[in-house]
Design a protein around this ligand. Structure first.
Ligand code: NAG
Ligand code: NAG
Ligand code: NAG
Ligand code: NAG
Ligand code: NAG
Ligand code: NAG
Ligand code: NAG
Ligand code: NAG
Length: 459
């Protein structure tokens, strides 16, 4: 619109007036442009819940040490250190990092030659769930820096099922063992370590987990190396464990924070290799793991089916599935380490109903196809979560077509349309479009509903 009025002025007015008008218009355009740029750049302004994009993460080195070795869950906690290689996209003298309920003692910053960048002030905004780090000198566009946060600490929320959380695992010789597992989708990575917790802010991750000697640590990637260190390296004042193991995992592909996974437990595994030499492993507590081989073969066959169907090869050659006693959802598709409610992985030919067999297989197939829809290709923001969930719900049926289960089409209609209508009535869901604007943490958490999964899949 401003451009049309410039044209009209030129024709109608004398030279002087034109010049004055042009100067005025140029000035107001400049102000308008500056305001627009500011609101675009300052995504993290007071009204927005989005991080500014001036600084982008490239690579993380994260060590997490959960202390789960007390018989009193209230004494359990986790601690860790993270260094984040970042690139300045624009000159800026501040940046923001998500962090929720974490004790963060310091944030330091180094430039590419190892010099310290002065940190002026760290401010926490509890509502926006972030820390604002104000710098004494600006970061320069195009330069790389390292953010260092040593020995942050977090508490396990009582009965929590997000972030890194504690579950009672099983008892042996009257000792109760705990396990710790993670659920980071959609916005819970920030409860585990300070990070840029938005799906489009992808990076690679070098994860290390610290565990007791008789425990197993699992993360997205296979273990690269392990070393023993004294327990008090990580756990202050602890008598036990005297020695802990630090497992370093291979570098992940470039990925979103929400598909990271961390698990420390007394687990055992069974495994299976497919014709291409890819390895599938199920991890569960010792008394359950032997009953899980059906879902192991479902995963392997679903991958072959999806590779044929989508014509994109599967990117992970070691896939782990783990079953835990407590999970917020039925399952979570973390890249390379899918975590399920443990009953979903179990099968007994004499006692499992045909319906459970089918729905459990569909859940496995749903998580497997997420390795393409979501992990490989990710929505920019949570308003498009249906691209993950509705597609995976739809494709989960196609991942089972190898099986003896006939009539998947009518099951699809039954589960996705009929049950959708029924639950929709019964649970009185609020009506909303499949694609919906979401901004606050509560809105983002709330969008994982029947409309996105079931209505999305059957449209
Ligand atoms: C993660 O590991 C890769 C491969 O060794 C390395 O290039 C990268 O610098 C590491 N990232 C961090 C933040 O240390
Ligand atoms: C920040 O840098 C990017 C990439 O160079 C550029 O496209 C953008 O306009 C810059 N934003 C501001 C506010 O300077
Ligand atoms: C890094 O910081 C040091 C100390 O402030 C400074 O001398 C050096 O020039 C900086 N290097 C870069 C690449 O900015
Ligand atoms: C439990 O006790 C049995 C029998 O004494 C023993 O074989 C087993 O190793 C013990 N388990 C643990 C975890 O200590
Ligand atoms: C699972 O393992 C048991 C015992 O090894 C075996 O009898 C059964 O056939 C296996 N089931 C599948 C689906 O592989
Ligand atoms: C994709 O399709 C082409 C043509 O049929 C085939 O040659 C290729 O192997 C397929 N790739 C994958 C990953 O399935
Ligand atoms: C898995 O892939 C990695 C890297 O692409 C390769 O080094 C490794 O040998 C592969 N493992 C198997 C079992 O194919
Ligand atoms: C199922 O029942 C048969 C016959 O009683 C028995 O031999 C088999 O071990 C049972 N399978 C399982 C997994 O319990």
């Amino acid at each position: 619109m401003p451009f049309e009025s410039v044209g009209a002025c030129r024709k109608a007015l004398l030279l002087v007036t034109v010049l004055v008008a042009a100067v005025l218009i140029a000035a107001s355009l400049a102000i308008l442009l500056a305001l627009m740029l500011r609101s675009a750049a300052d995504n993290g302004s007071e009204s927005s819940y989005r991080l500014p994009t001036d600084v982008k993460p490239v690579s993380y080195a994260l060590t997490l040490a959960p202390f789960i070795y007390s018989s009193n869950p209230g004494d359990c906690y986790f601690t860790g250190s993270v260094s984040i290689a970042v690139e300045a996209v624009n000159d800026t003298d501040m940046f923001k990092l998500h962090s929720v309920r974490l004790e963060v003692p310091t944030v330091r910053l180094r430039n590419s030659t190892g010099g310290d960048v002065i940190v002026d002030k760290i401010e926490e905004n509890v509502e926006k769930q972030w820390l604002t780090i104000k710098l004494g000198e600006p970061l320069r566009a195009g330069e790389t820096y390292t953010v260092l946060i040593d020995r942050f600490k977090g508490k396990f929320v009582k009965n929590g099922k997000t972030g890194l959380y504690l579950s009672s695992s099983y008892s042996e010789n009257s000792t109760e063992y705990y396990l710790v597992s993670s659920q980071l989708e959609p916005i819970h990575a920030r409860e585990v370590f300070p990070c840029f917790d938005e799906p489009a802010m992808k990076a690679e991750f070098n994860v290390s987990l610290v565990r007791g000697r008789e425990f197993t640590a699992l993360s997205n990637m296979p273990i690269k190396s392990s070393s023993s260190v004294p327990g008090n390296t990580w756990f202050s004042n602890s008598v036990e464990p005297k020695v802990v193991i630090k497992d370093d995992f291979e570098t992940t592909p470039t990925m979103s924070t929400y598909t990271l996974a961390f698990l420390v437990a007394k687990f055992e595994s069974i495994s299976h290799s497919d014709s291409k030499g890819r390895v599938f492993t199920n991890w569960l507590s010792p008394e359950l793991v032997k009953k899980s081989n059906f879902t192991l073969s479902v995963a392997a066959k679903a991958i072959e089916a999806f590779e044929k169907l989508l014509n994109v090869s599967y990117k992970t050659n070691i896939t782990k599935q783990a079953g835990v006693p407590l999970l917020n959802f039925e399952a979570m598709e973390n890249w390379g380490l899918i975590i399920y409610q443990q009953n979903i992985l179990m099968y007994n030919e004499n006692t499992t109903t045909t319906l459970s067999k089918l729905t459990n297989a569909l859940t496995v197939s749903h998580e497997i196809v997420h390795q393409w829809f979501g992990n490989l290709v990710t929505m920019k923001w949570w308003n498009e979560i249906w691209l993950n969930e509705a597609f995976s719900t739809f494709y989960s049926y196609l991942g089972l077509e190898w099986g003896s289960e006939s009539d998947l089409d009518s099951h699809f209609v039954m589960f996705q349309k009929y049950l959708f209508d029924m639950n929709f009535e019964r649970k009185r869901y609020k009506v909303h479009p499949i694609q919906m604007d979401v901004s606050t943490p509560t809105e983002i958490d709330g969008i994982f509903d029947y409309i996105v999964y079931q209505k999305g899949a059957s449209e």
